[in-house]
Design a protein around this ligand. Structure first.
Ligand SMILES: Nc1ncnc2c1ncn2[C@@H]1O[C@H](COP(=O)(O)OP(=O)(O)O)[C@@H](O)[C@H]1O
Ligand SMILES: [Mg+2]
Length: 252
């Protein structure tokens, strides 16, 4: 579904990504792991058009999207969440999801203002379905800034669901969460891929990786150093050396 071929991304003298070849198959949950600064977020940024890669190609469902602008890539069905959550803090939960839907129509924000939600309309129902899936329907009138962190992360995911994204990219979705909240997030990730969606998730927490990921890719200094099933990758001596550091294993 997604293929990266020889992706390189430089920031001046710094090679943030070097020679990344990666395929993501439909229906999988691919975990991207690696130390801080290893290029994980940069990888998502090149796929979503925040940056064009310095070299290499990106194919989504056979279409070469290398160098495309973000809004055009989004329209093909790729959605993401951010390591530092990006919502409209002064808008309600409902309107945060509503606005994601309307970024896709001509007119952008102006179009949104002209097309205020009508109870029972198809668009309203889609927002409600997305909110229901992430467990936020009862909070629909709450301002985003008043939500606790786990709910804000779920709200970002609802913004991806409402546009029917085929590929959802999550950047550290359990950051700052307790173990119980992390387990809920793993469950939500499994639920959102169930209807034929595909997910790439950047994650540190072994609990989430073990519960949600079907495959792992390990980055170190912008290079892919391992790839495979979570069991195999986490047993790999080189990975343990680079990523896990200590013999007593990772944080849960
Ligand atoms: N916009 C940017 N300008 C310059 N350097 C950047 C930029 N974005 C990321 N980097 C650098 O690229 C490297 C990889 O960063 P990043 O992808 O954020 O790592 P990770 O998400 O794995 O922690 C880091 O050294 C970081 O400082
Ligand atoms: Mg990052």
């Amino acid at each position: 579904m997604l293929a990266l071929e020889g992706i390189e991304k430089r920031f001046g003298a710094l090679a943030a990504l070097t020679g990344i070849d990666l395929e993501v198959a439909a229906g999988e949950v691919l975990g991207i792991v690696g130390p801080n600064g290893s290029g994980k977020t940069t990888l998502l940024n090149t796929v979503t058009g925040v940056y064009a890669p310095s070299s290499g190609r990106i194919l989504f469902q056979g279409t070469d999207i290398t160098g495309w602008k973000g809004h055009r890539i989004a329209r093909l069905g790729i959605a993401r969440t951010f390591q530092n959550i990006r919502l409209f803090p002064s808008m309600t939960v409902f309107h945060n999801v509503w606005s994601a839907q309307h970024h896709l129509v001509a007119g952008g924000l102006l179009g949104l203002l002209r097309s205020l939600p009508t109870a029972g309309s198809t668009d309203t129902k889609k927002v409600e379905a997305a909110l229901n899936q992430v467990g936020l329907l009862q909070d629909r009138e709450v301002l985003a800034r008043h939500l606790p962190l786990p709910a804000r992360r779920r709200l970002e995911i609802a913004r991806a669901l409402v546009v029917d994204a085929k590929l959802v990219l999550l950047d550290e979705p359990s950051g700052g969460m307790t173990p119980a909240e992390t387990a809920d997030m793993a469950e939500l990730i499994r639920e959102i891929v169930a209807p034929g969606r595909t997910c790439v998730v950047i994650e540190h927490k072994m609990a989430l990786i073990a519960d949600a990921c079907t495959r792992l890719c390990v980055l170190d200094f912008g290079r892919k150093i391992a790839e495979g099933s979570p069991g195999d990758v986490l047993a790999d001596a080189a990975v343990r050396e680079v990523y896990l550091g200590a013999d007593d294993g990772p944080d849960a």
